[in-house]
Design a protein around this ligand. Structure first.
Ligand code: NI
Length: 192
């Protein structure tokens, strides 16, 4: 998922202005996080066509899994994505992040806290479908109208290994379906 429009901040305030100082410290924070930005696999690369392996129980709660999740999240945010899957970072494991938020392209998208889903499994899909535009950080400059189930239930583990079972509708359900597709080697362009 990508959103070409991203907010940029330009300011010409006096250097001592408190707001400017605050923004500067945020920029420093951001530049630290930027070191974790990962390269995104692009359409045509074999990694995106593989069925990803489940995360092992021994990996749950591990430093490596947390670091991977942080780097995935940071890269997704930096690229204005609303979802991402580990295979997009050359890691063929069943991990996705779903992070819908309103943006100029999807003004009606619900705001949610980002959810990391380990070994997600869609347990139910509604017969009712809806059509909506999708994009993908692995398929730049392409967008397409994709038919998806309107409502889905997804079972997954948190990073710490807690089992969850959640039902989503509409745009968020669409993101989950798009990201789970990545784990099965499917891109949205394969569904057009
Ligand atoms: Ni994608």
């Amino acid at each position: 998922w990508s959103n070409a429009l991203c907010k940029g901040y330009a300011f010409n305030a006096m250097a001592t202005h408190p707001l400017l100082v605050m923004l500067r410290s945020r920029q420093i924070l951001r530049s630290k996080i930027m070191t974790e930005i990962l390269a995104v696999a692009q359409r045509g690369e074999a990694i995106l066509t593989l069925k990803a392996a489940p995360v092992a129980e021994s990996e749950l709660g591990s430093a490596w899994l947390n670091q991977l999740s942080n780097a995935m999240y940071t890269t997704m945010m930096q690229r204005s994505g609303v979802g991402i899957a580990a295979p997009q970072f050359y890691i063929s494991k069943r991990i996705i992040i779903v992070a819908s938020r309103a943006n100029p392209r999807y003004p009606d998208a619900p705001d949610m806290d980002a959810v990391v889903m380990v070994n997600p499994e869609i347990t139910q899909m509604s017969d009712a479908t809806c059509i909506g535009e999708e994009g993908c950080l692995s398929v730049p400059d392409a967008r397409g109208e994709v038919v998806r189930a309107e409502t889905i239930s997804v079972k997954y583990l948190s990073l710490a290994g807690e089992p969850k079972h959640v039902t989503y509708h509409g745009f968020v359900a669409r993101i989950v379906q798009h990201e789970v597709d990545h784990l099965d080697g499917i891109l949205f362009v394969d569904r057009l």
